[in-house]
Design a protein around this ligand. Structure first.
Ligand code: CP
Length: 306
């Protein structure tokens, strides 16, 4: 039984194989259109989502499978006090694979321990978002042609941003990676990421506050939203929410090949005028999310396609 809780659950070789499969799915979707007929995916979302839930559902439907699930805790028996362990034991009788998003860190891991079907962490609190990372890696490799020798700016909420934590953990395994961590003092990456991931792996990084200073040296800028739902008080959120706004004027400071990624949803941190810049890749990134989730479902269900 295999689950996906963190990008580190896969070796670099397994990841490369998954990304190759996703690229093949992109090129030859017809080859995969019926390979999951008779299989069911359950999407168990205790927290709001547009991309992750619907791209998982699109992925399973593209493979010929069926989907079921709930999109908010209040419409499930969690509202009556059911534990995630009991829920997954029951869902194991109805589905072949499950994707779970939960506001509590570690909830999908608890579910995986009680499950008899593969469980995918679709985002747990401020902790990890491994399928977003798979999406990001596929986007970077497809559009930049490599996952090594890159200077990557991560900008915004680096403290609570689970997409950032998962992406750093995945990318430190490649050579020649340098991170520029762009955030206000209050939203710096947690010390466990700095010490146990970056420093332990001898990865070059710097922490800066001004986006303008970082832009000229970046191969890739990964913007993130300041997440209202992770703040304990409204006043702090209001103070931080518009700290960074990437607009057309700032894009002029960046190199001609610098990609702009964002896990989405965005609020104000990327001005809409940037969408038409050829370096803006965040909507393509959302499309790559379907291919990589198709590849992940096939891999965890051990479906071989000739
Ligand atoms: N990127 C991402 O996780 O988006 P959703 O919250 O819409 O799923």
């Amino acid at each position: 039984m295999k689950h996906l809780m963190s990008p580190l659950d896969m070796s670099v070789e397994e990841l490369d194989k998954l990304l190759d499969l996703a690229n093949d799915i992109e090129k030859h979707p017809e080859k995969y259109a019926h390979v999951c007929e008779g299989k069911r995916l359950a999407t168990l979302f205790y927290e709001p989502s547009t991309r992750t839930r619907l791209s998982f559902e699109a992925a399973m439907m593209n493979l010929g499978g069926k989907v079921m699930g709930f999109s908010e805790a209040s419409s499930s028996s969690a509202a009556k006090g059911e534990s995630v362990a009991d829920t997954i034991r029951v869902i194991s009788c109805y589905a072949d694979i499950a994707a779970m998003r939960h506001p509590k860190e570690g909830a999908p891991l608890v579910a995986s321990m009680a499950s008899s079907i593969p469980v995918i962490n679709a985002g747990d609190g401020g902790h990890q978002h491994p399928t977003q990372t798979l999406t990001d890696l596929l986007t970077i490799r497809s559009l930049k042609g490599r996952l090594d020798n890159l200077t990557i700016g991560l900008c915004g909420d680096l403290k609570f941003g689970r997409t950032v934590h998962s992406l750093i953990e995945a990318l430190v395994r490649y050579t020649g990676i340098k991170f520029v961590l762009i955030s206000p003092e209050e939203l710096r990456v947690p010390s466990y990421i700095r010490e146990d991931v970056l420093e332990k792996n001898h990865v070059e990084y710097e922490e800066v506050e001004r986006l303008e200073d970082a832009l000229p040296e970046l191969d890739l800028l990964y913007m993130t939203r300041v997440q209202k739902e992770r703040f304990f008080n409204e006043e702090d959120y209001v103070r931080m929410k518009d700290f960074y706004i990437l607009d057309a004027a700032k894009m002029q400071l960046a190199g001609p090949d610098m990609l702009v990624l964002h896990p989405l949803p965005r609020v104000n941190e990327i001005a809409v005028e940037v969408d038409k810049d050829p370096r803006a890749a965040y909507f393509k990134q959302a499309q790559y999310g379907v291919y990589v989730r198709m590849a992940l479902i096939l891999t965890l269900l051990e479906v071989e396609v000739c």
